[in-house]
Design a protein around this ligand. Structure first.
Ligand SMILES: [Zn+2]
Length: 297
């Protein structure tokens, strides 16, 4: 069977268009057969899903905010050195999200959760994305491994809360421009977002997981539980060999549970898993998750 996968993979990579179509179709039909019987589906999503909505990651070539990339600013050290600059960065990212929308991949996931829910089946999203596009698409069961742009946590009392204010505080209004020539706003720390719990007034930080920080143990435990009980796992917009899917997908596959990747990548490592659909997930995912003929109308 591994040999057959390998041959299919080579045909997909190097074969004629007609053969590619034939194999891709057979793969999709086989996936759909398993999908139609799955009771608990885990969907791990990564940066690729957000990228298809035009959400900048500030990583890799050209991924700069002013002179910096995410790994320079998304750290506890950067925040303690210059909380004003880091808040400008996150304020900008929050404001950018007002101009972005869920794409067909987000919508297909949300639609399948609602539809399968009525059949007593579950769909859970485990995402590394912090932009809340899954929530905006209508997904309900979401585990945000890296937190959210739209949550804050108090450095003094630890209180965490949703925060959709725009701007996040008065002093950040009009700040956060990404051009390299922009000067730091140098906002006094008292005017940065502050805790509103009675008598606290501590400095708030974005409730996202920064480089060098560990994942929230409660979210991690709940994710493990979902993955231990799923009978189908999708890896979307990321690879099952990179974080965070690399933590999860291999253990799911080891249980003999089918894992299907939907991404732009073409790496031999994907052959450890049962299905791989290459291309933009906004294109490949909707037909994969659409109503199966065996589902009730
Ligand atoms: Zn507080």
């Amino acid at each position: 069977k591994n040999n057959l996968d390998y041959i299919q993979h080579n045909i997909l990579s190097h074969g004629s268009c007609a053969l590619q179509m034939a194999v891709a179709h057979r793969n999709l039909a086989a996936f759909r057969e398993i999908f139609s019987k799955a009771k608990n589906i885990a969907i791990i999503t990564g940066a690729g899903v957000s990228a298809e909505s035009g959400v900048p990651t500030f990583r890799g070539a050209g991924g700069f905010w002013r002179k910096w990339q995410a790994q320079d600013l998304a750290t506890p050290e950067a925040f303690s050195r210059n909380p004003s600059r880091v808040w400008e960065f996150y304020h900008y990212r929050r404001e950018v999200m007002l101009t972005k929308n869920p794409n067909p991949a987000h919508l297909a996931i949300a639609e399948s959760e609602e539809r399968l829910g009525k059949q007593g089946r579950t769909v859970t999203v485990i995402t590394q994305n912090i932009d809340e596009l899954h929530r905006r698409a209508g997904s309900k069961n979401i585990l945000e491994l890296h937190g959210s742009l739209f949550r804050t946590r108090c450095l003094t009392c630890g209180h965490e809360a949703a925060n959709y204010n725009s701007p996040v505080c008065a002093a950040l209004k009009g700040k956060g421009a990404p051009d390299p020539e922009t000067d730091d706003a140098q906002i006094p720390v008292q005017q940065l977002p502050r805790c509103e719990q009675t008598g606290c007034h501590g400095l708030l930080r974005p409730a996202v997981v920064w480089f060098g920080e560990t994942l929230d143990s409660d979210i991690l435990t709940r994710s493990e539980k979902v993955l231990d009980s799923c009978d189908l796992c999708l890896v979307v917009g990321t690879s099952s060999v990179v974080h965070p899917a690399a933590m999860f997908a291999p253990q799911v596959a080891a249980r003999g549970v089918p894992v299907a990747e939907f991404n732009m990548e073409d790496t031999p490592a994907t052959m450890r898993f049962k299905f791989h659909f290459q291309g933009p997930c906004g294109t490949t995912l909707p037909p994969a998750l659409a109503r199966h003929e065996t589902e009730p109308n």
